[in-house]
Structure formats: structure tokens, C-alpha cells
Design a protein around this ligand. Structure first.
Ligand SMILES: Nc1ncnc2c1ncn2[C@@H]1O[C@H](COP(=O)(O)OP(=O)(O)OP(=O)(O)O)[C@@H](O)[C@H]1O
Length: 620
């Protein structure tokens, strides 16, 4: 190890030690806080713990999964109500006993909300979560026989001596819940479950296409995000000794929790907790010294605006970035490094293209897709022979990408059949098709930008099993394969780089490695040579040839004619959503229909070397 590298490892170890030391001291202060003996500060600490549990839970669905929810306050209230209702009929039992029931009820209702909002995202999702909060408040107000309506329910008095124990039991139970909640978040982030959630946040469509079963992931995330806040709700109600619909389902509770996440740092482990520990004292201050009521709304509204403008990433990510900059003094990164592909010899060009077999790995029949009045795909029928590199070419707007989307499941066909290896797949979800052997790349690369290159390549899943959720994110045979495929595409040196920091060409290579992890039967590449330099185009062709020699079947959409004609056989030509010609490159180049519909002037320009038989006008 060089001196510089050894120093960097030492620096990193030292800063980790300092960070852990600071965290241990802060944790100790929180645990022993009631020793301070100030009732008002103790009260603020208890509320801070409750909101920190809420924020840490919400971080799973908002920070990791990317769904901004304003219903977290509802689950706090639901937890309080469950304990209050059960406690009313069994007053001799300590309300603490109801915590697991409250947590599970909140988790189940959160999953129900997840089910209802399955297809919504962005603003519509936020609105539904607000509606859910008001709906729960409405039920609590109207369902009088159970909830006692607006009159609320009183909790039994604590069973311990207040003079001796004070608020210690509340405090310690909440500290335990917060510790559990942080532990679960930490565990999630290290598992395939966590990687799947982040993939959904980054690009849900893409996540499906690499085999991630988004609905199940999201349902579990919804459930887990409400579990601990539901339990904390019981403590909240017991601590306040009273629940009513107005106080328990105030939207301000949800707003504080969301703000805590934004302030501390979305998707970080401790950011939401830090945010809650800052905001709750601010709220207490606004309440005690600024007159409370609407002033609180002003304070939080103003804070939100300031945060978005000044600290869009939140405190922890901003501090991390500053520390990283200071530590590395801008010397980190691989900018300008070439991919290791440059050192590898190119496989020899093929003297003649491989002959086409009779067995079709993929058969598309009568595929149709309309967008309003536009029929983008209109009775498209073609096959991809097993072991071939088949090209799908056609003028801009002829429907190639739409056909790709229909085959990979990102769009549902209006009519038609798609058969992969003897099985009809047009009714399957994208992840189902990925599990059956379809791997695709996108015209504009769609890597998970906030993940590292390695995390991107291990994210794909070849099947779905519940036990796989708990496995380490970068572990098992996928991790080994990922390293192997990164080596194959020459991107091993970039394994720890953030995918969003790569050049476009590099992203294309990583996207290829990513789908190879699926061990697909059919590899579909949308413009693999588009937008990259000529050397990389040659290398990309080499990689495709190498994989094809190993038995992989390809379907390519590509505009670069020399690339297509030198690599692919057969070629299918699409125009106005229909296949108008099929055959070997030599046949296609002579087909008058094709020359008329597509090749024309472009082909003349791209085929300057003159080795093709086609020329504009030939066959007309
Ligand atoms: N989501 C969509 N909504 C509405 N129209 C769409 C949508 N996707 C594609 N289209 C339209 O369908 C037609 C076919 O588009 P598609 O992207 O499949 O063509 P393409 O052959 O891949 O084009 P290019 O070579 O330029 O990528 C175009 O007219 C396009 O505008």
C-alpha cells in the first residue's frame, strides 16, 4: 500500500472513531436526560423521542423508497387510539402491554394505504396521504361507540409512583423504541430489501425491469415505516393520559415529521432523528414564547422554505460532503481514467455472420399499441432466433422503443402475443419477465444514479423469495458475478463510484453488466452504439460478439447502420409500427421497400466505405 493510501485509511479510521465516540456520548445524554430534573425539558425530550421514532420510520418510505407521505401522524394517533380503546375495556392491564397490538394495527393500515396508492406517485400520492389522515380523524370523530367521538378517551393513571419514578418509564420505553427503529433502518439499508427500495426511489420502472418486485417491496416498506410509530403512539397517549381526534390527528404532527427528515437528511440513518431533535424544541419554543397556535404554522412554513433554499440535501449529507471534500482535497475520483476495456484485445471480426436457426427464442405476433389516436405499433410480428443477434431497425418514430417496452413489460399491449421460450409473457409484470430471462437496456441509460456502480450491478434479482430480502446487499453469488461482469465490460476500476458521476458511454457499459447479472436468455439493447465514441462503439460490438459466442441471444435497436450490418443477422425492419421487411443484412440492403422507407439518404452517408451493395436508388 502506498504512503498516501495508508494515510487515507488511517484518516478514515480516525474519523470513524471520532464519529462513533460522539454518537456514544450523545446516546448517553439522551438515555440519562431525565436526570436533569427539569419538567419542561423532560417533556420536550419525550416529544422529541416520539417524533424521532416517527421520522426514523417515515424515512423508510420517504427517504429510502422516495414516497413523500403526510400520513405518519395518523399512525401515531392510531397507535394511541388502539391502546386507549383496549385499555378502556381492560383497565387493569398496563397500556404498555398494548404497544405491539398498536404497532401491528398501524403497520397493517399503512400496508392498506400502500395497496390503495399502489399506482400513484408524486403529488397525487401526497394528496392521498393527507386524505388518509383526515379520513382517520373523521372515523375517530364519528365512530362514537368505539372512540367516544370528540369527547376522547382517558387513559388510566400510571401504575408506578410518580414521586419515585417520574417520567422515567415513558422515557426509557421511547429510547428503546427509537433504538429499535434505528436498528431496523440500519439493517434495511444493508440488505437486498434496502437496495430494492432505493432502486424504486431512483427509478421504479427500471427497478421492475431488473426483477425487483416493487409492489411487495413497497407494501413491506409501508408496514415497517408505521410499526414503531404506532407503538410510540401508545406511549404518547399514555403520557398525555388522553386521546381525542383533534390532538391526535393534527396535520402539524405529520408536517413536523416530514420536516425532520428533510432537515436532517432524507435517506440517511440518523438525519431524521437529528431533525426531530432540532424541530421539537423549536416547536416548544414557538408554543411557549411566541404564542403557539398559528405562529407555529408560520414558523414551520418559513422553516420549510429556508430548508429547501439553503439546505436542500439536509444537514447530514451536507456535512458529510464538506468533510469528504476536506479529507480528499478534491483528489478523489477517476475522472479521465479510461475503461480497462482499452487493454483488452478485441475479438476478431466475423468473417461471415452466424447462420440463423429455426428455433425462435422470442416470437411476437400481432402486437398493437396506441397512444390516443396514434397507432405506434400496428400488428407487429417477428421472431428472434435462438443464439442470434437480431436487429430491429426503422426510421425515427417507427415504434422500435415502444416494441421494446411492450416486450419487457414497461407497457401493456392493446393486442397481440409475446412468447418467450415457449411461454406467453404479455400478461406478466416487468419483474416477472426479468425473472423469466429478459434483460434490457434503455436508449437513454437508466442506472440508479445515487447508488455506486457495484450496487447498481448487484441490484437485479433473478427471482423473488421473501428470505432473499434479508440477505446482505452486496453478497452471495450476485456479488461475485457483479465483479466478474464489471471486469468484463472494463468498469472494475469504477466499482465504488456513484453511477450518476459516470460518462454516458461508461453508463452504457455498466448497464450492460447490470443486466448480465440476470443471466438473461434474451438481451435487448436499445441503441447500444448511440451517443458514444467510435472506439467505444467498436468495443461494444466486441462485447456483444463475445457474449453471443457464449450462447447469448440479442435483440438490438440501433441506428448505426455499419454497426448493425456488420454484427446482426437477421435484421427486422419496422415502419409505422409494422415489420415491412426481414432477412439477412445483404437481403435487407437490397430490399426496395426498405430503401424507400428507411435507408435512403442516411444509408448513403453512413456507408461511405462503399462495401455495401446498396446505394440510393438501387432497386427503385
Ligand atoms: N408514452 C408515449 N405517449 C405518447 N406517444 C408516444 C409514447 N411513446 C412513444 N410515442 C409515440 O409513438 C411513436 C413511436 O415512438 P417510439 O419511441 O417507439 O419510436 P422509435 O422507433 O423508437 O423512435 P426513435 O428511433 O426516434 O427512438 C412516436 O410517434 C412517438 O411519439
Amino acid at each position: 500500500m502506498s504512503d498516501a493510501a495508508a494515510k487515507s485509511v488511517q484518516d478514515e479510521r480516525r474519523s470513524r472513531l471520532i464519529r462513533n465516540g460522539v454518537l456514544a456520548v450523545l446516546a448517553l445524554i439522551v438515555v440519562l436526560f431525565p436526570l436533569i430534573g427539569d419538567a419542561s425539558m423532560e417533556n420536550t425530550m419525550i416529544l422529541a423521542l416520539i417524533f424521532a421514532i416517527g421520522a426514523s420510520g417515515l424515512n423508510i418510505i420517504t427517504g429510502y423508497t422516495g414516497y413523500l407521505s403526510l400520513s405518519q401522524g395518523a399512525f401515531l394517533g392510531i397507535g394511541a387510539y388502539v391502546a386507549a380503546i383496549l385499555g378502556r375495556s381492560m383497565p387493569d392491564i398496563s397500556p404498555f402491554v398494548w404497544m405491539p397490538v398498536a404497532g401491528l394495527t398501524a403497520a397493517l393500515l399503512a400496508m392498506l394505504l400502500g395497496l390503495v396508492t399502489y399506482r400513484s406517485r408524486g403529488a397525487s400520492f401526497v394528496i392521498i396521504t393527507i386524505a388518509f389522515l383526515f379520513l382517520v380523524q373523521f372515523v375517530a370523530t364519528q365512530w362514537v361507540p368505539v372512540t367516544n367521538g370528540t369527547a376522547g378517551i382517558t387513559f388510566p393513571l400510571p401504575t408506578w409512583s410518580n414521586a419515585v419514578w417520574g417520567n422515567w418509564p415513558f422515557h426509557l420505553v421511547l429510547v428503546g423504541l427509537l433504538a429499535l427503529s434505528i436498528l431496523v433502518s440500519w439493517w434495511i439499508r444493508r440488505t437486498k430489501f434496502g437496495t430494492g427500495l432505493i432502486a424504486i426511489r431512483e427509478d421504479e420502472g427500471k427497478a421492475g425491469s431488473v426483477g425487483i418486485n416493487a409492489p411487495i417491496y413497497k407494501l413491506l416498506a409501508f408496514g415497517l415505516s408505521a410499526l414503531f410509530v404506532g407503538m410510540a403512539g401508545t406511549v404518547y397517549g399514555y403520557y398525555l393520559s388522553f386521546v381525542d381526534p383533534i390532538g391526535m390527528f393534527s396535520i402539524l404532527n405529520s408536517v413536523i415529521i416530514v420536516l425532520a427528515i428533510i432537515l436532517g437528511g432524507r435517506g440517511t440513518l440518523l438525519g431524521p432523528v437529528l431533525g426531530a431533535f432540532i424541530l421539537v424544541p423549536v416547536d416548544a419554543f414557538a408554543n411557549n414564547y411566541l404564542g403557539g397556535g398559528n405562529i407555529r404554522l408560520l414558523v414551520f412554513g418559513g422553516l420549510l422554505v429556508l430548508l429547501v433554499v439553503l439546505l436542500p440535501k439536509g444537514i447530514i449529507p451536507t456535512v458529510q460532503l464538506l468533510l469528504e471534500k476536506r479529507r480528499t482535497k478534491g483528489t478523489v475520483g477517476l475522472t479521465g481514467s479510461i475503461t480497462a476495456l482499452a487493454d483488452r484485445p478485441l475479438p476478431p471480426p466475423r468473417e461471415k455472420l452466424a447462420p440463423v436457426g429455426d428455433t425462435m427464442l422470442l416470437q411476437v405476433t400481432g402486437l398493437e399499441k396506441s397512444f390516443g389516436a396514434l397507432k405506434a405499433v400496428d400488428g407487429c410480428t417477428f421472431g428472434v432466433p435462438e443464439g442470434s443477434i437480431t436487429a430491429l431497425i426503422g426510421p425515427n418514430g417507427s415504434g422500435k422503443t415502444t416494441v421494446f417496452n411492450l416486450i419487457s413489460g414497461l407497457m401493456t399491449p392493446d393486442a397481440g402475443e409475446i412468447v418467450l421460450d415457449g411461454e406467453r409473457i404479455e400478461g406478466l409484470a416487468p419483474w416477472g419477465r426479468a425473472h423469466r430471462g429478459i434483460g434490457r437496456t434503455f436508449q437513454m441509460t437508466r442506472l440508479f444514479r445515487e447508488m455506486t456502480v457495484l450496487e447498481n450491478v448487484v441490484a437485479p434479482l433473478r427471482d423473488f423469495q421473501f428470505r432473499q430480502l434479508g440477505l446482505g446487499a452486496v453478497s452471495g453469488s450476485e456479488a461475485e458475478k457483479a465483479e466478474e461482469f464489471l471486469e468484463f465490460v472494463g468498469m472494475q476500476a469504477y466499482r465504488d463510484a456513484r453511477a450518476g458521476s459516470l460518462s454516458y458511454g461508461q453508463q452504457k457499459l455498466v448497464e450492460l453488466a447490470q443486466i448480465l447479472v440476470l443471466d438473461p436468455k434474451l438481451i435487448m439493447l436499445d441503441e447500444p452504439a448511440g451517443g458514444i465514441n467510435p472506439t467505444l462503439i467498436e468495443r461494444m460490438g466486441g462485447l456483444i460478439r463475445e457474449l453471443n459466442d457464449q450462447g447469448k441471444t440479442f435483440l438490438l435497436v440501433e441506428h448505426n447502420m455499419p454497426f448493425v450490418l456488420g454484427l446482426c443477422n437477421p435484421v427486422r425492419v419496422l415502419a409505422r409500427g409494422q415489420v415491412i421487411a426481414e432477412g439477412s443484412p445483404a437481403e435487407i440492403q437490397k430490399d426496395p421497400l426498405v430503401l424507400d422507407a428507411y435507408l435512403g439518404d442516411d444509408y448513403m452517408l453512413e456507408n461511405r466505405s462503399g462495401d455495401g451493395a446498396a446505394a440510393k436508388g438501387e432497386g427503385r
